[in-house]
Every structure is written in structure tokens, then in C-alpha cells.
Design a protein around this ligand. Structure first.
Ligand code: NAD
Ligand code: UD1
Length: 339
């Protein structure tokens, strides 16, 4: 199968490129390097010993995308390209709506022109919002999102459903709702490389462990959970990547819209993750308890039964492997790709 990954130089895209190549599929990547570096793809090629066709382009540039998609004619497009920082989306909502929604609309329009039919989309557990109680099931109503980033995912899901509905059974759309992607490829050659101060827990812990930051602030220990800290469904990025291989294979052999949670079904608290990481790196990761972060939900985890039943996929790696691989990436690349 020929796949085209928008945003393929990013964190999840680069790991998916490895999984795709290892499964015997071809990979082309379109990225504007807004939040990534072509170095990630060079390393994907090193890990797999296979080559990737790389295009530097904005996925919302219709003429450019027409040219690229015409040249590639992929069996399946996996659309990772997007802006994803929750706090930034509150400060720059129009940039988020423009980039995230425009890329999806552009791809749908060009796909229609060229007769391309299969699309896998990076959605998020954030669409369950504040109104649902975990474990989250795909059939639960999408909730009230707490920020513009979440709304862009919610809206893109709706746009894709509507386009598929109108396509008279020609389009295939797979919506993947990721829980908390963490960890790195086991080689330690590719991993998450956030710009500036990390917003998310695992990159922050990694940077404290490697000495780039003094300590982690735990956002609240007064939640109604066993240790008082929030619980999440942390999924190893290579498990997530393998989920995309199954999803793309499913997309090319079915029509219609399907939505799948990609999570482990197992919740862990913030302090569970600090302790597991401390074990992996061989020293205590320093932390202090701070106030709650606005917008945080207490609990979020998946019911991942549908992906297991339909895609024959389930997460295999646990938090010890997550922390081992994240530490390998961080300790081998203390400044990320920027060295
Ligand atoms: P990332 O920022 O590492 O990757 C996104 C990539 O898209 C980057 O390489 C960036 O340069 C590129 N990009 C952005 N806008 C572009 C455009 N207009 N044209 C071309 N390239 C563009 O993020 P990630 O963590 O790999 O996330 C991938 C996708 O998964 C995103 O859509 C994100 O919203 C979604 N997602 C991520 C998480 C997470 O925790 N990482 C959770 C749920 C959903
Ligand atoms: C965040 C986003 C969510 C997005 C998801 C992608 C927010 C409010 N939500 O979710 O929309 O889909 O990333 O993975 O940003 N924590 C600390 N200290 C820190 C950082 C985090 O204690 O310095 C805690 C948080 O309070 C939370 C947990 O760690 O309980 C995980 O946080 P994070 O990695 O930011 O992910 P989410 O909040 O689940």
C-alpha cells in the first residue's frame, strides 16, 4: 500500500512512518516543519533501512497538494498535520481554526478531484469533553470541548463524516481518537521534541530527569483519586503507530466512516508516571505539588474494545517500556533534534 502522511515529520507521524515501512508499505511525507525537522525522517530511514519521499509543503496549499497527490496517488492519506498546543490555541484561536480545518478541507477537495478515497484522521480523546465519564466509548456523545484546539478536532471529525456521507459510498474515513501518546521508538533515535517549555507531562518529566529543568510541578493532589492526582491513559507511541497501520489497511478495504479509540484502557496517575520514570532513569525525578491546572479533567481513559475487535489491534507496551524508551530518547538526545 502507498501511504501519504501529512505532518509525517512530527512526533506521531515519524513513528508511524517507521511502523508503515516495517509492515512493508510505502511512505511519502508532506510537512512544513512548523513543529518538526526533516532530521526525524532521516532517522526513520536509518532505523528501517528504507527510503521515504519527502515534500516540504503546507497541507493547506491547494495547488501544491494537487501536484503532490497527483504525483503520489496514495492508496491512503493519514492526516497528522495540525497545531496541537492547547494553551496556545486559547491565545491564537483563528490560527488554530485556519490551519487545522483548512488542511482537512483542502485534502478532501483535492482527493475528490483526483478520485482518491481513503483517509485516516488524527483525532483526540479531547472530543469526549467534560460531560462524559470514563472509560470513554466511541458511541458516547462528543462533549463540550474546553478549548479551541479541542473544537478543531470536533469540527474536523464532523466535516469528514459529512464528506463521507455525501460521497455515495466512495470515501472511507477512519477517525482515530488518541489518548495520551508518550514514549519513543525503542532505538532512542526518534522521539518527542517539543519547542520551548513542554506543556505535557511526559516531556516535562524527561527534561527534569535529564537536567534541563529543575523540577516538575504536579498540577493538584486533591482530586478524588487514590493518590489525589489526575489519571490518564498513557499509550506508547509505537503501539499507536501500529494502530495506524491497521487503520490504514482497514480504510482501503472498507467504505464508510468508522471511529476508534486508540488507548490502553489502563489509567495511571501523575505520581505513577513520576515513579515509573524515576525507576527507568535510575534517580528520583524531583517534583513539587502545585495548584490544579485550569481545564484539566480528573480522569480520562479509553474503552479500546472496538479497535481490538475490528482492527485486531491492542496496545502491548506498558508504562515501564514507555519510560525506558522515553529515557533512551531523552538521554541520547538531550536537546532533541536540535543538536
Ligand atoms: P507534531 O506537532 O509533532 O506533528 C504535527 C506535524 O504537522 C508537525 O511536523 C508540523 O510541522 C506539521 N504541520 C502542522 N501544520 C502543517 C501544515 N499546515 N502543513 C504541513 N505540515 C504541518 O504533533 P503530534 O503529536 O505528532 O500530533 C500529530 C497529530 O495528532 C496532530 O493532529 C495532533 O493534534 C493529533 N493528536 C496528538 C496528540 C498528542 O498528545 N501528541 C493527542 C491527540 C491528537
Ligand atoms: C492534554 C490536553 C488535551 C490533549 C492531550 C494530548 C490540556 C488541558 N489538555 O491532555 O487536550 O488532547 O494533552 O495528549 O492541555 N501534569 C502535571 N504537570 C505538568 C504537566 C501535566 O501535573 O507539568 C498533569 C496534568 O494535570 C494531567 C496529566 O499530567 O493530569 C497529563 O497532562 P498532559 O500530558 O498535559 O495531558 P492531558 O492533560 O491529558
Amino acid at each position: 500500500m502507498k501511504t501519504l502522511l501529512t505532518g509525517g515529520a512530527g512526533y506521531i507521524g515519524s513513528h508511524t512512518a517507521v511502523a508503515m515501512l516495517e509492515a512493508g508499505h510505502e511512505v511519502a511525507v508532506v510537512d512544513n516543519y512548523y513543529n518538526s525537522s526533516p532530521e526525524a525522517i532521516r532517522r526513520v530511514e536509518q532505523i528501517t533501512g528504507k527510503s521515504v519521499t519527502l515534500y516540504e509543503a503546507d497541507a493547506a496549499d491547494k495547488e501544491k497538494m494537487r501536484e503532490i497527490l497527483k504525483a503520489e496517488m496514495p492508496d491512503c492519506i493519514i492526516h497528522f498535520a495540525g497545531l496541537k498546543a492547547v494553551g496556545e490555541s486559547v491565545a491564537k484561536p483563528t490560527e488554530y481554526y485556519r490551519n487545522n480545518i483548512d488542511t482537512t478541507l483542502t485534502l478532501l477537495e483535492v482527493m475528490k478531484e483526483l478520485g482518491l478515497t481513503n483517509f485516516v484522521f488524527s483525532s483526540s480523546a479531547t472530543v469526549y469533553g467534560e460531560d462524559n465519564v470514563p472509560p470513554f466509548l466511541e458511541t458516547m456523545p462528543k462533549g463540550a470541548c474546553t478549548n479551541p484546539y479541542g473544537w478543531t478536532k470536533w469540527m474536523q471529525e464532523q466535516i469528514l463524516r459529512d464528506a463521507e456521507f455525501a460521497s455515495n459510498d466512495t470515501l472511507s474515513v477512519v477517525l482515530l481518537r488518541y489518548f495520551n501518546p508518550v514514549g519513543a521508538h525503542e532505538s532512542g533515535m526518534i522521539g518527542e521534541d517539543p519547542q520551548g517549555i513542554p506543556n505535557n507531562l511526559m516531556p516535562y518529566i524527561s527534561q527534569v530527569a535529564v537536567g534541563r529543568r529543575d523540577h516538575l510541578t504536579v498540577f493538584g493532589d486533591d482530586y478524588d483519586t487514590p493518590d489525589g492526582t489526575c489519571r490518564r491513559d498513557y499509550i506508547h507511541v509505537m503501539d499507536l503507530a501500529e494502530g495506524h497501520v491497521r487503520a490504514a489497511e482497514y480504510a482501503v478495504s472498507h467504505k464508510g466512516t468508522e471511529v476508534f479509540n486508540l488507548g490502553t484502557g489502563n489509567p495511571y496517575s501523575v505520581l505513577d508516571m513520576v515513579n515509573a520514570f524515576s525507576k527507568a532513569c535510575g534517580h528520583q525525578v524531583k517534583y513539587e505539588i502545585g495548584p490544579r491546572r485550569a481545564g484539566d479533567v480528573q480522569d480520562s481513559w479509553a474503552n479500546a474494545d472496538k479497535a481490538k475487535a475490528v482492527l485486531h489491534w491492542e496496545a502491548k507496551r506498558g508504562i515501564d517500556e514507555i519510560c525506558r524508551d522515553a529515557w533512551k530518547w531523552q538521554s541520547n538526545n538531550p536537546q532533541g533534534y536540535g543538536e
